[in-house]
Design a protein around this ligand. Sequence first.
Ligand code: DGL
Length: 302
Amino acid sequence: MLRAVIGVYDSGFGGLTVLRALRARLPDHDFVYLGDSGRAPYGGRDADTILDFSEQCVERLFEEGCALVIVACHTVSCVALRHLQQRYAPSKQSARRILGVTIPAAEEAVGSSAGHIAVLGTARTIASGTFDAEIAKLGPHRVTSRAAPLLAPIVEEGWEDTEIARLAIAKYVEGLEDADTLLLACTHYPLLERTFREVLPSSVRVLDPGPAVARALEKWLARHPGFVTAGSGSIRALCTGEPATFRKHGERMLGAPLSTVQHVALIDGRLAHRDRVEIATGQVVRPSTPPEAPSVAGHARR
Ligand code: DGL
């Protein structure tokens, strides 16, 4: 079935920096953005929780009519993308697809680097080792990965242009001066790009992966003609946190007004489904019949 809407999912409003790049490249497409701001940040959470939250969010975007979902969050892309792609694999009944940001970001970093790539991300992104693995597939680069957990909260406070941001960045990049490329592997960090450039020597190229993700999506759409049709360039935003806060920060990240921000309820810690308000108690049995989940640590996930 042809669908016109592309879903974009992030742990909060940071993924709007990715949507900004997607819109610049694909201005005629319609997007539904889901920010799980009520449960953000994801970066310090355990992998099992991230798998569970990401299933709920991706399912909600499918319910919103998105046949294609872009996981804009680096933490989710690094930890859960393969699981999501297997769990919601395309079938005869459903042509849905899920794409992430890690591979386009790794390719961009390798394309830019003469040998030493630094990667900054959340604690979970760095602990996953996914960037090290993806970059190693592309060439014999030296990779220095470092968690920078204070930076996303600084951006959430709107403190990008403060001394606090400058000091935190200076601390996190200590010893990275001999890298030639710094990959900003977190949706919030592009808002700090200017400060990164001020703090680092000009020999370090600071890389926002958003434009590379947008180019990768454009190529994917060209390889799958008709999978997603162009629309009117609209954006509809959904969030699990407070919509007014989401709009305030989100517009800064998107660089454009957000006319619609709809709240999605969390019921007993799970995302509400679109057409059903039901408070689940005891065992939760989902109404859909997705394919068997792969087992994790020797037991089925549900
Ligand atoms: N969206 C997350 C990422 O790109 C950053 C914020 C968080 O920790 O949730 O990794």
